[in-house]
Unconditional design. Structure first.
Length: 186
């Protein structure tokens, strides 16, 4: 046998093993563990609600309320088929994979401090895309503003589909939350 034949044989074996492992792994998980979208909001200087929501391809949603929310801690629920379709349509309408990665400083013509951040993660065919949006970022050129409008509409669609106020509270409910003083230990 030539070295080339041996090398081809080794490559074929490795590819077969790797494909076999991936196939068995995918069969074990099905769509249950495949992320459709993750949506995270941070706190601000005041009492902005901080939470993380992950929506999976099987309609399962995990929620983690962090600060200044009506429901703190972890919870899990399912989206019905109609809501799930609305969320998928919102991803498409936002043209999420063509939006810039960051709406922070670069591109902003006006920047306010002490606002909250939104991070949205959506897996694509080849890679996972994570967009960072600082809510204090405003202005920019025409393309920037167009992309920002699409992103904000997508954020609102996520919150509407998930009925997020049942988890984080209404504006009125959140107005009663008081910032908790941080304890500094010396």
């Amino acid at each position: 046998m030539t070295r080339f034949s041996v090398l081809i044989g080794i490559v074929v074996c490795l590819v077969s093993v790797l494909l076999g492992q991936n196939a068995s792994t995918d069969k074990g998980l099905g769509n249950r563990e495949k992320l459709l979208v993750a949506y995270e909001r941070t706190t601000c200087y005041g009492t902005c609600p901080s939470f993380l929501v992950s929506i999976y391809n099987d309609g399962r949603v995990t929620y983690e309320g962090r600060k200044f929310v009506k429901v703190s801690g972890k919870a899990e629920f399912n989206l019905n088929g109609e809501k799930f379709q609305q969320l998928q349509a919102a991803i498409d309408a936002a043209k999420f994979h063509s939006i810039r990665l960051s709406f922070v400083e670069v591109g902003c013509t006006s920047l306010m401090t002490d606002d909250y951040w939104v991070y949205i993660t959506v897996p694509g065919k080849m890679k996972v895309k994570r967009v960072t949006h600082y809510l204090g970022c405003h202005g920019g050129n025409s393309r920037f503003r167009t992309e920002l409008r699409r992103l904000v509409a997508f954020e609102k669609a996520i919150e509407r589909v998930l009925e997020i106020e049942r988890w984080i509270g209404t504006e009125e409910e959140r107005s009663k939350f008081q910032p908790r003083p941080e304890i500094v230990k010396n």
